[in-house]
Design a protein around this ligand. Structure first.
Ligand SMILES: [Zn+2]
Length: 90
């Protein structure tokens, strides 16, 4: 017998981590996370990466549409600017 009985080793825990996250498990409350600083830090890193990915790709939108949004935003912004300039001049 090796290791501490009833306790997962980091290797074992980290190996099952994708599965735990994928199954919607509350990994932050996992007994190993609670008792292991190393894996807690690892999970925090994973969550930071996942959060960044969500912000970069909020939804799967076709790139053409994204560029259209940007173009429209730029156009409406410069239109407002020139309208304000025109109002001042008038
Ligand atoms: Zn660990």
């Amino acid at each position: 017998m090796t290791g501490i009985p009833g306790k997962l080793r980091c290797e074992e825990f980290q190996a099952s981590l994708p599965e735990l996250i994928g199954s919607g498990e509350d990994v932050a409350n996992h007994p190993h996370i609670q008792s292991c600083e190393l894996c807690r830090a690892l999970l925090a890193d994973l969550e930071t990466i996942a959060e960044a990915a969500r912000q970069l790709f909020p939804s799967v939108e076709p790139p053409d549409e994204v560029w259209q949004h940007i173009e429209t935003a730029i156009k409406s912004e410069s239109a407002t600017e020139s309208a304000q300039r025109g109002a001042k001049r008038a």
